[in-house]
Design a protein around this ligand. Structure first.
Ligand code: SR1
Ligand code: MG
Length: 425
C-alpha cells in the first residue's frame, strides 16, 4: 500500500532508521527529494519523538520539510522487553486517511506509507508545537475548542452507521479488528492497571493512602469495568483512540490532530472523554506551573476550551444528523418521513455520549497518575508535595465523574466541578 508517488527503499526487511542511515536509505525516494531536496547531503535530520512508542524524524532541506515516523518493534517507553507489532503503522495510516476525509484539514497530510518499514512520511507541521507543552507554558490557542469539538463530532458521526452504509462499516470494523496489540495497551493501562498493583505502575508515594482507597473501592471498580465493557464491545465508530493533549499540535491559531495509531472501533464518548480529561488535568495542574496572579485567567481560558469544544461537538453532530444521516440508524423513514421529529432521539443519543464521555474522562484522570504512562502536566512539577496535592485532586474528581457523572449535566457543570476541585477552590 503505497501512496501516489514512485520509489521504494533499497531493502524490504525492516530496519529502524537512525540519524546516520536516514539520508542514505530514504535519499532516493521521490517524495523526499521533491519535498526536502534532491541532495540528501543537504538534509538536516532531527529525531524528535517524545511519545511512548515510535521514532519521529524531522527532515528539512532546501525544498522544505517532512516528518518521517517509524514504528519500533517494541514499546519505546519500556524497551525491548515489551514487543509491539510493526503492523500498527498500517492502522495509523488507515486512520489518518479516514480522518483526512471526514475532517478535512484536521490531520497532517500523508505523503507516503511503507508497510515493510512501518514508516509514514507526512506533513511537517511547523511552527506547531505539542499542545500539552503549550498548556504547561501557559500559551493560548485561538479556536482550539471549536476545532477539537468539530474534529471529534465529524469522526464520530461519519465513522458510524449514522452515516456509513452498513456493509462498508462492518468491513472496516473487521479491518481494524486486526489491530490487537494496541488496544491491549489501553485495555491494561487505562482500564485495569490503575485499580490494582500492576507490575509497571508507579505513583507519587504521597498518594499511597488515597491509592489504596481507590483500589479497595468496589463500586468504583465496577463502574470502571462497566465503561471498559463499552470500550471493548461497542464498535459504534472509529476512534482516534489516544486523543490527549500530546496528540494535538498547535500554533497560536491553528491546530491539528496527530498520532491515531490507537485507532479502533469503540464508543463515541471515548475520544471526547480522553480529550476533556487532559484539559481538566491541564487546569488542575496549573498551580505547579505559574504564580497565582497569572493563573486565574489562564485556567478560565482552559475551561473555555472545554465549553467551546462541547458546544462545537453538539452543533456539528446536530448539523450532520440533520444533513448526512444516510446510514441505517435512526432513518428518516421512521421519523421525518412520518412527520415525527427525530430531535428527541438525537438529544437522547447526545446525553448518552456525554454520560459515557464523563466516565472515560474520570478514568483517564486516574490512569495518568496511577499506571505506567503519566503526563507531563503533573510529572513536570518539581515539588513532590505540591504535585501530590494536585494529583490527589485529579484522583478525587475522577472518582466523582466515574461514580456520579449523572449529576454533571453539561460542560458548564463539568467546569464548575473542576473549579470545586481546584487548589484555590
Ligand atoms: C505503552 S504506551 C503508553 C501510552 O502512550 C500512548 O500515548 C497511550 O496513551 C498509551 O496508553
Ligand atoms: Mg501517541
Amino acid at each position: 500500500v503505497k501512496l501516489a508517488c514512485e520509489g521504494t527503499l533499497a531493502e524490504d526487511a525492516y530496519q529502524a532508521l537512525n540519524l546516520q542511515t536516514l539520508g542514505s536509505r530514504l535519499g532516493a525516494l521521490p517524495v523526499l527529494r521533491a519535498r526536502v531536496g534532491n541532495d540528501p547531503g543537504l538534509w538536516q535530520i532531527r529525531e524528535v519523538g517524545d511519545g511512548n512508542l515510535n521514532l519521529v524524524f524531522v527532515v528539512t532541506g532546501p525544498a522544505g520539510g517532512v516528518i518521517v515516523k517509524q514504528a519500533l518493534p517494541y514499546v519505546r517507553l519500556v524497551g525491548e522487553s515489551w514487543p509491539l507489532p510493526l503492523y500498527r503503522a498500517f492502522y495509523e495510516y488507515q486512520a489518518l486517511t479516514r480522518q483526512a476525509a471526514r475532517a478535512p484539514g484536521a490531520v497532517p497530510e500523508v505523503f507516503w506509507f511503507d508497510p515493510d518499514q512501518a514508516l509514514i512520511v507526512m506533513e511537517y507541521l511547523h511552527p506547531h508545537r505539542i499542545l500539552r507543552q503549550k498548556l504547561i507554558a501557559g500559551e493560548r490557542v485561538a479556536g482550539l475548542g471549536r476545532f477539537l469539538g468539530r474534529y471529534v463530532a465529524r469522526n464520530a458521526f461519519l465513522g458510524s452507521e449514522l452515516a456509513m452504509k452498513s456493509a462498508a462499516k462492518k468491513a472496516d470494523v473487521a479491518l481494524f479488528a486486526g489491530n490487537v496489540d494496541i488496544p491491549a495497551i489501553s485495555e491494561a493501562l487505562v482500564f485495569t492497571d490503575p485499580y490494582h498493583g500492576a507490575r509497571l505502575n508507579h505513583h507519587n508515594p504521597a498518594l499511597d493512602a488515597l491509592v489504596a482507597g481507590l483500589r479497595a473501592d468496589v463500586a468504583l471498580k465496577t463502574a470502571v469495568q462497566d465503561l471498559f465493557m463499552a470500550f471493548a464491545s461497542n464498535t459504534e465508530t472509529l476512534l482516534h483512540g489516544d486523543l490527549h493533549s500530546g496528540s494535538v499540535m498547535s500554533t497560536a491559531e491553528d491546530s491539528r490532530v496527530i498520532d491515531p495509531e490507537f485507532a479502533q472501533y469503540g464508543p463515541m464518548g471515548f475520544d471526547l472523554g480522553m480529550l476533556i480529561a487532559n484539559m481538566v488535568m491541564a487546569f488542575l495542574s496549573q498551580p505547579g506551573h505559574r504564580e497565582r496572579a497569572d493563573m486565574g485567567p489562564y485556567q478560565d481560558w482552559i475551561l473555555s476550551v472545554i465549553i467551546d469544544c462541547m458546544a462545537a461537538f453538539r452543533a456539528e453532530f446536530t448539523r450532520l444528523w440533520q444533513t448526512e444521516r444516510t446510514g441505517m440508524l435512526y432513518p428518516a423513514c421512521l421519523f421525518e418521513e412520518q412527520g415525527h421529529s427525530s430531535d428527541p432521539a438525537l438529544q437522547r443519543l447526545l446525553t448518552r455520549i456525554w454520560n459515557e464521555a464523563l466516565g472515560f474522562c474520570g478514568i483517564e484522570m486516574h490512569r495518568r497518575i496511577l499506571s505506567l504512562a503519566h503526563n507531563a502536566d503533573f510529572e513536570a512539577i518539581p515539588d513532590p508535595v505540591l504535585r501530590g496535592r494536585l494529583e490527589a485532586r485529579s484522583l478525587a474528581m475522577g472518582r466523582d465523574l466515574i461514580l456520579a457523572r449523572g449529576a454533571v449535566g453539561d460542560a458548564a457543570a463539568l467546569c464548575a466541578l473542576a473549579g470545586d476541585h481546584d487548589e484555590k477552590g
